[in-house]
Design a protein around this ligand. Structure first.
Ligand code: ADP
Ligand code: MG
Length: 497
């Protein structure tokens, strides 16, 4: 080999070595930064979300302010961008700096999963790699609630929905306790034992409406008081930005100025330890100073999971009032009221028919009425029984009822003359085992809960037990006619068909 050739080869080797070294350092710092980001993210999302969406992400390289991460599929990329953009941004800003950017590398999707990654090193992008830019979306920037400096006291825009008043809220046996507690709170502000007021119940039963109505009534009777309505989601976003911008103290001070704090849908605090901590701190300050707290949730405090015990115990300090589904008479009143508001006439027989058939919640009643009124206006149909049947028929067939594992266990227990505690127990008695297995089977079929959750809800079993139960029920249904009839019977009870 000539000397010249040897030198040339040596130079090539040198370049390759340098490039490799550079890649290794970039990789290492990417790992370190991403680990820190993960720590932050872990604090702000439930564990299962974290495991499903964030754990599988691989950091690839850190080049300046740009972190390259690899996600398995396009779906991942889209899901992260739509659901966790703010969180990712927060995590990145915190650990890289204000100009942090994220680039996604999507493992190939147009080839069947072969196990190998088609990822190439950023900088030499192969056309098969889908790289997308993460840009701060200024339009999506979260603003803190509007603060208007007043003469004596800082006034806060209460963010209440002016349509959600007590006048527009029909009372019935299903909501009486919550309504009267709410009215007392407004009247005797700071002097009732309903603190916090915890309003809970299923979707569309009026939790948000009622919570706003209390706020509006407080403002009417005590205009000088600072009332604030905030959804748990917004509260969480505000907190996350406050952490990033190093304004956590301002955030806390802001919330500590409030006289009546209404937080909607606190079930979304579940699993978010960082937010729960700050929530707890604000709660304590306000409660100690006799400020009123009002929360809503889709579950009773005792049924809430993944919320710190100390916070749960505080939810139980005041009054927990349940909103139930309205009964027939109340449903009729609600229908009449809504029709009157819209200036529409309807025969009693039609009102009765709707009230009899649309039972689950008020939002659904509103949906049916709106749909009927629209149909009648556009298609020149009278608002009669036929139209009601047609609209309700469409609605019911497209509706996916919301079942929970707890609801299913109750129905199964009742059907077999057992207690829910039996199903929850460790008992190996045949009838109890079967009831437990059927509960798991129906939960799989009628809820969106993952197997782990079904297992943990139904007697704290693991997901392998659930899989086994599903198989057993299917097999038994094939061979045992009586068993099959029982399961089908239960399904009928559940779906009301
Ligand atoms: P939730 O927060 O419990 O899901 P909402 O408060 O959003 O339910 O209520 C759903 C819809 O039903 C809203 O438009 C609300 O105004 C209406 N609504 C609920 N309960 C009543 C009621 N008792 N009287 C009148 N309207 C009601
Ligand atoms: Mg609501």
């Amino acid at each position: 080999m000539s000397k010249k050739k040897a030198e040339k080869i040596f130079r090539y080797l040198q370049i390759i070595k340098e490039t490799l070294n550079q890649q290794v350092t970039e990789n290492m710092s990417a790992n370190r930064v991403w680990e820190k980001c993960l720590d932050f993210i872990r604090e702000n999302v439930p564990q299962d979300v974290f495991d499903a969406w964030f754990r599988p992400i691989k950091p690839v390289a850190l080049k300046g302010d740009v972190l390259y991460i690899e996600v398995p599929t396009n779906l991942y990329y889209e899901w992260l961008e739509t659901h966790y953009l703010e969180l990712l941004r927060a995590a990145l800003k915190k650990n890289i700096g204000p100009n942090a950017r994220l680039k996604y590398l999507v493992r190939m999707t147009n080839k069947p999963q072969g196990g190998t990654s088609h990822l190439t090193y950023p900088g030499k992008q192969s056309p098969r790699v889908d790289t997308r830019n993460y840009k701060p979306h200024t339009s999506k920037e979260i603003k803190s609630p509007f603060v208007v400096p007043g003469v004596e006291k800082i006034r806060i825009d209460s963010q209440l929905n002016p349509n959600y008043t007590f006048e527009n809220f029909i009372e019935g046996p299903n909501n009486r306790l919550a309504v009267s507690a709410g009215k007392s709170i407004a009247k005797f502000l700071g002097n009732t034992s309903f603190n916090p007021l915890f309003i809970y119940g299923g979707v569309g039963l009026g939790k948000t409406h009622l919570a706003n109505a209390i706020g509006i009534e407080v403002k009417r009777l005590h205009p000088e008081k600072n009332v604030l309505y905030v959804s748990t989601e917004k509260f969480t976003q505000q907190y996350t930005s406050a952490v990033v911008n190093n304004t956590r103290d301002d955030f806390i001070h802001f919330y500590q100025m409030i006289d009546v704090l209404i937080v909607d849908d606190v079930q979304f605090l579940a699993g978010k330890t960082g937010v729960q901590k700050v929530f707890f701190q604000i709660f304590n300050h306000l409660h100690l100073n006799k400020k009123q707290l009002i929360f809503t949730s889709d579950k009773a405090p005792v049924d809430m999971r993944d919320v710190e015990v100390r916070l749960l115990s505080r939810f139980k300090w005041g009054l927990a009032a349940e909103l139930k589904s309205p009964d027939f008479e109340t449903r009729k009143k609600i229908i009449r009221f809504k029709l009157e508001q819209d200036g529409v006439q309807m025969d009693d027989a039609v009102v009765d028919y709707i009230a009899r058939h649309v039972r689950s919640n008020v939002r659904e009643i509103e949906g049916i009425l709106t749909s009927m009124i629209a149909q009648s206006a556009f298609n020149h149909k009278p608002l009669d029984l036929n139209l009601a049947k047609e609209v309700i028929g469409n609605f019911v067939s497209h509706r996916k009822p919301v079942y929970t594992c707890d609801m299913i266990q109750k129905i199964v227990a009742e059907y077999f003359n057992l207690d829910v505690e039996d199903i929850q127990s460790k008992s190996r008695r045949r009838e109890i085992v079967q009831a437990r297995q059927i509960s798991m089977y129906l939960s799989k079929k009628y809820t969106d809960s993952p197997l782990e959750e079904i297992g943990s809800r139904i007697g704290k079993r693991n997901h392998a037990t659930v899989i086994y139960a599903l198989k057993t029920v299917k097999n038994l249904m094939d061979v045992d006619k009586r068993f099959r009839e029982q399961v089908l019977d239960l399904e009928k009870t559940l779906t009301g068909l």
